[in-house]
Design a protein around this ligand. Structure first.
Ligand code: MG
Length: 346
């Protein structure tokens, strides 16, 4: 019987634009790609590791090197293999997500079905994706806006010193719906509420992580009074966090890199729905490998923010489509993506 074999390689991928948030700015993003081989089938995965989350190519490579798959006699045993990987070491959520993604790709390829079919989903129900605009100097912002033309929803990073002007500049350009991501940038809940009322008047449809992730009573108060849904991002990582944030926010932003992958993301969506939370599926700056993995679940979301592959100067994978504002997975088996600007020698 064949053995499950893991390969990995790390890259520092250049971004199309310098990306600025309320607390950081960067021109490249580190990604470790994985490939899992078994009996002539290969599953692809990726660990995207924005520096502020604490994982690095070095940490993911050392995690991978410490794993032993010699006991695996069926790569379709996702429950068993993923339980082993998760229990192996604490943390390493992006590194674990890469393996979860590759296992789903491999398993679905062996069954000859797309990954969404493993979960009984119809990708035709996937909402349009937003396109994210970082914090830019005002004159630069105008030049960047045409990049949003093919998207139906624009997500704006706030928390700079000229947030309202940013929104005004975008409003002068387009009347498309907007969402905003404050990345924990507001500290006072009454001021935050004033901002949200103003944003609602300007066509904003939801507000992501308005206050620090450890805000409890302030966040609960804000959500209770907010005329727009509030979405937890930094405040929610994994399944166990969902009940904790359920009273403080209207919804959760689920990202594969935070929650160890597709399997746990599906469980999180199920639990979030049970608790009557809105569901958003987001991403890091990732290639179309990681984005495809999230897109296979996106028909379950109220809002989709899967633009990470558009933010790269050059995407190492191909096979993902973009049609009428929707990030569309293919009907091929597995994730439906294949290497383009990346080499795997088996
Ligand atoms: Mg966010």
């Amino acid at each position: 019987m064949d053995q499950l074999r893991l390969q990995f390689q790390s890259h520092l991928l250049p971004l199309a634009h310098t990306f600025t948030l309320s607390h950081s700015s960067r021109t490249h993003t580190p990604i470790t790609f994985v490939a899992l081989h078994w009996n002539g089938f290969t599953g692809y995965g990726e660990a995207a590791m924005p520096p502020y989350l604490g994982e690095t190519p070095e940490s993911s490579e050392s995690f991978y090197s410490s794993l032993d798959f010699s006991w695996v006699n069926d790569p379709g045993d996702l429950a068993g293999i993923l339980q082993y990987i998760d229990a192996h070491k604490l943390g390493h959520t992006a590194a674990k997500a890469a393996l979860d993604i590759a296992l789903h790709d491999l398993h679905a390829k062996r069954l000859g079905v797309p990954v969404y079919a493993l979960f009984g989903l119809n990708p035709d129900h996937s909402p349009m994706s937003s396109y994210t605009i970082g914090i830019h100097p005002k004159d630069e912002l105008r030049d960047i806006l045409p990049e949003t033309d093919s998207f139906g929803l624009i997500k704006v990073k706030l928390g700079g010193s000229y947030d309202r002007e940013t929104i005004q500049i975008i409003r002068d350009y387009t009347d498309k719906p907007l969402s905003v991501d404050v990345n924990q940038g507001w500290v006072e809940e009454k001021q935050a509420l004033d901002e949200i009322f103003w944003l609602k008047e300007h066509g904003v449809v939801y507000v992501e992580q308005p206050m620090p992730k450890d805000s409890t009573h302030a966040m609960e108060w804000l959500t209770e009074h907010s005329p727009l849904p509030t979405i937890a991002d930094e405040a929610v990582q994994r399944l166990r966090d969902i009940p904790i944030v359920a009273r403080r926010y209207s919804g959760v932003n689920i990202k594969l890199m935070k929650c160890t992958g597709i399997r746990e993301a599906f469980a999180m969506i199920t639990l979030a729905r049970t608790l009557e939370l809105k569901v958003m599926i987001g991403c890091m700056t990732e290639s179309s490998c990681g984005i495809a993995a999230a897109a296979h679940l996106s028909s379950l979301a109220d809002w989709v923010d899967l633009d990470g592959h558009f933010l790269l100067a050059k995407d190492p994978y191909q096979g993902l489509d973009f049609e009428d504002g929707v990030v569309k997975v293919s009907e091929k088996s597995g994730l439906g993506i294949s290497p383009k600007a990346i080499r795997w020698d088996y």
